[in-house]
Design a protein around this ligand. Structure first.
Ligand code: ZN
Length: 106
């Protein structure tokens, strides 16, 4: 029996997020906001602790998107992660694992 997890969507989102980072399309504009230039528009990603929200339609439908995941990956990079609270970092890592499994991050 196949479990109903959306691995295909997750894989696509993770690949796109990685591409956004590689192309320098993720910018931190303040303590709380990142600006991401997506394929279909420019979005603001709002970070509160380990809660990452994007204002794109995909986020509204799924609860995560390539922009918010790009910010998540950026925050878990060594240089940035050093500045994070240990509990926030742990939560972000857990969310990334959920996304990798095709599950819904909380
Ligand atoms: Zn988004």
């Amino acid at each position: 029996m196949r479990k109903r997890v959306d691995r295909d969507y997750s894989d696509k989102v993770l690949q796109k997020a990685d591409k956004l980072i590689r192309e320098g399309r993720v910018m931190k504009i303040s303590e709380q906001f990142f600006y991401v230039i997506g394929d279909h528009g420019k979005y603001f990603v709002d970070v509160k602790g380990s809660s990452i929200r994007c204002n794109c339609p995909g986020f509204k439908n799924r609860g995560f998107c390539s922009h918010s995941v790009a910010v998540l990956l950026t925050m878990l990079r060594e240089d940035y992660a050093k500045t994070l609270d240990a509990a926030v970092k742990k939560r972000l890592q857990e969310n990334l694992e959920l996304i990798k499994r095709g599950e819904f991050p909380r």
